[in-house]
Ligand binder design. Structure first.
Ligand code: HGY
Ligand code: MN
Ligand code: MN
Length: 412
């Protein structure tokens, strides 16, 4: 019975992929171009080859597994997601879209379906910003949202450039050759866990994404004055960490009071120098993540952050410098692809809920060169980016079968 086979095979494969990790189970860590990431890519490539898919990898490491259609001139239908995982993550983020996409193809093959448009499963490089600070590195380059020169300038915390890291991972060719033409894909559909609580709360098995929020991220550098924790009196201090703390609370306050619940801001990283209990912090580096479904509200928060930096700098005599890493536009999903997903849900008698994606995804950038929509499945308590992230085999199978129906309809 199809659903049972899909449930069993996907549960086994998701479980197996989760063992290729740099964290103790149930956590998963798989950072781009590490030996673990390369091992996971090899594992996945083998499964795609077993399914008879033609493989290629581009110069940034995006992986393409192609089921050749009967019309070689017809633009392809793309699906896929990512398998890199932030530190101490779960095993479903991205993986459901990759293994679910592979299973959707295998399900159609078993049914004897023959696509007219080729169907291409994509595994994007570095969807997570963990190593190079900018998320969706592979889909940004593929869609032309990031230039090859700008990508080459990205450096990890150990000073390795993207160029060094990709070459060490065995990749060749020039980053200029990653960009695909605007008419390469007729459509791109990504299956992903919701990473939020709405589907579970509404007891709806499938979400159909109509809009993807606008993400921005930046680093903020604070340069104060160090000194002895005992000897320097409070009035004489230029404490970089206190300045950073004031900015963090100001960012939180601005997001909370933006006038809409869709504005979110997070300071997820804080480096303190010299990092000794009895030494006044002289330098601090923050990494800030700001998003909103509404572009002007998101930009207003970036502007408010700049003003706050000026005020804190003047008040505390701590030099503050911002480095904007990315400030991307939101994406509207294509009505025709949204309708194709809705139709597939109706055919499978699965209720669906139209929704916004507050997380960003490779689809955000694929929307720059193709008609895009996303398919969400529930995740328990909305948890994601944590080891107790969980999606049920039933929900994963439902999402996979909706994807299969949609790919069949789009590629006919
Ligand atoms: O941060 C995000 O939205 C995605 O999970 N990388
Ligand atoms: Mn993620
Ligand atoms: Mn993801």
């Amino acid at each position: 019975m199809t659903v049972e086979r899909v449930k069993d095979r996907l549960s086994a494969e998701i479980g197996e992929l989760a063992t290729i990790s740099d964290a103790d189970p149930p956590a998963v860590t798989r950072v781009v171009f590490t030996p673990t990431d390369l091992k996971a890519r090899a594992w996945l490539r083998a499964r795609c080859e077993q399914a008879g898919l033609a493989m290629r990898q581009d110069p940034i490491g995006n992986l393409f597994a192609r089921w050749q259609g009967s019309d070689p001139d017809a633009p392809a239908i793309g699906t896929g997601s990512h398998i890199d995982a932030i530190p101490n993550a779960g095993k479903y983020d991205g993986v459901v879209g990759v293994l679910g996409g592979l299973e959707a193809i295998r399900t159609l093959q078993l049914r004897g379906f023959r696509p007219r448009h080729s169907i291409e499963l994509l595994v994007f490089t570095s969807e997570e910003p963990t190593r190079f600070g900018v998320g969706c590195l592979g889909s940004r380059l593929l869609s032309g949202s990031l230039s090859a020169d700008a990508a080459r300038k990205l450096v990890d915390r150990d000073g390795n450039t993207v160029e060094q890291a990709r070459r060490n991972a065995g990749l060749s060719g020039e980053l200029e050759n990653v960009k695909l033409p605007d008419d390469y894909y007729k459509a791109f559909v990504e299956l992903h866990i919701e990473q939020g609580p709405l589907l579970e709360q509404h007891k709806v098995p499938v979400g159909i994404v109509t809009r993807i929020a606008a993400p921005a991220s930046l680093r903020v550098f604070f340069e104060g004055a160090g000194g002895h924790a005992g000897a320097v009196l409070m009035a004489d201090r230029k404490d970089a960490l206190c300045a950073a703390a004031e900015l963090i609370l100001t960012i939180e306050d601005s997001a909370r009071n933006s006038g809409a619940p869709d504005t979110v801001a997070t300071v997820g990283m804080c480096d303190i120098f010299p990092g000794a209990v009895n030494s006044i912090p002289s330098r601090v580096q923050l990494s800030v993540d700001i998003r909103d479904t509404n572009l002007s509200r998101r930009d207003a928060l970036l502007h408010a952050l700049g003003n706050a930096c000026d005020a804190i700098q003047a008040k505390r005599r701590v030099a503050i410098r911002q480095e904007l890493l990315n400030a991307d536009a939101p994406a509207e999903c294509a009505p025709a692809i949204v309708e194709a997903l809705s139709k597939a849900c109706r055919k499978l008698r699965l209720p669906s809920l139209p929704m916004v994606s507050r997380a960003y995804h490779d689809s955000l950038f694929m929307s720059r060169i193709a008609h895009v929509a996303m398919l969400f499945i529930p995740c328990r308590n909305g948890y994601s980016h944590r080891p107790d992230e969980y999606a049920s085999p039933e929900d994963i199978a439902n999402g996979t079968l909706v994807l299969a129906e949609t790919l069949a309809a789009l590629s006919a």
